[in-house]
Design a protein around this ligand. Structure first.
Ligand code: HEM
Length: 227
């Protein structure tokens, strides 16, 4: 057998151990997760097309079992890499700076940056709860119907604290994505007096639209628009 495969694995491992390698791992896994949330949001918005449409969409997604599990494994790997690398980067930056910054806000120029690690941890907890809630039905207080997301969402989001919790979580997701997209551009060294502010605005608008796109579903149920 050739030694090419172990050599490549070793190179990837060495690259990952490096700071730049970790930033690249963060960005690549972040892009996979970003793609997923956009597709997921678009899927959820089909609630406005009615019960039949949304439930049929979910059933079609679950019909191809091998593809479903490939997507789930890719997603799980991306979450694992993003989470583990994020923790190790946060630890490394803390260790490199044992004395705290004297001026608050100096390390990260904005609120999103300062709350990045915290928002990441809360989002991880949200995802665990969310899967137990709307995928497996384990923590669903109302009757749970397998592969009937329309009914499960309507039953859940009628309850104000549940709808409120989802809206808050997706606002946090918006904040996390805003800074994530922003710091990814910085990591790759993109800095231009003209385009940088435009990119920053673009990231803000995009994150805002994503938070709105997710929030409208619980809000529509809560206000009786979807029932
Ligand atoms: C208002 C916000 C959200 C709503 C209403 C919502 C709704 C749903 C529903 C109904 C399901 C079950 C689909 C099915 O089993 O057919 C689901 C699954 C899932 N959602 Fe969400 N979701 C929201 C936000 C999010 C966010 C922000 C994330 C990730 C950052 C996320 C990640 C997932 C994952 C990983 C699954 C499991 C997919 C699988 O079956 O493998 N969701 N969501």
């Amino acid at each position: 057998m050739s030694s090419t495969a172990p050599a490549a694995t070793q190179r990837i491992t060495l690259f990952y151990q490096d700071y730049v390698g970790k930033k690249v791992a963060m960005a690549l896994s972040g892009v996979v997760l970003f793609g997923y949330v956009i597709i997921h949001m678009a899927g959820n918005l089909q609630i406005f097309a009615g019960r039949e449409q949304l439930n049929a969409y979910a059933q079609a997604l679950h019909a191809n079992v091998p593809l479903l599990w490939i997507a789930r494994i890719v997603l799980l790997l991306a979450v694992g890499i993003h989470f583990y690398t994020g923790i190790s980067l946060a630890g490394a930056s803390r260790a490199a700076r044992p004395v705290r910054y004297q001026v608050k806000g100096q390390r990260h120029p904005n609120l999103a940056g300062r709350t990045m690690a915290l928002s990441g941890l809360v989002l991880a907890a949200f995802i665990v709860f969310h899967i137990l809630h709307l995928t497996t039905g384990t923590v669903q207080p109302a009757p749970f119907a397998d592969l009937r997301p329309y009914d499960n969402m309507v039953n859940s989001f009628r309850v104000i604290p549940v709808a409120g919790f989802y809206v808050l979580s997706v606002c946090l997701l918006g904040l996390h994505l805003y800074h994530g997209a922003w710091s990814m551009f910085q990591s790759v060294g993109f800095n231009h007096p003209r385009y940088t502010p435009a990119l920053r605005r673009f990231a803000a608008v995009f994150a805002f639209l994503l938070a709105i796109g997710f929030s409208v579903v619980p809000i529509a149920v809560l206000t009786g628009m979807v029932r």
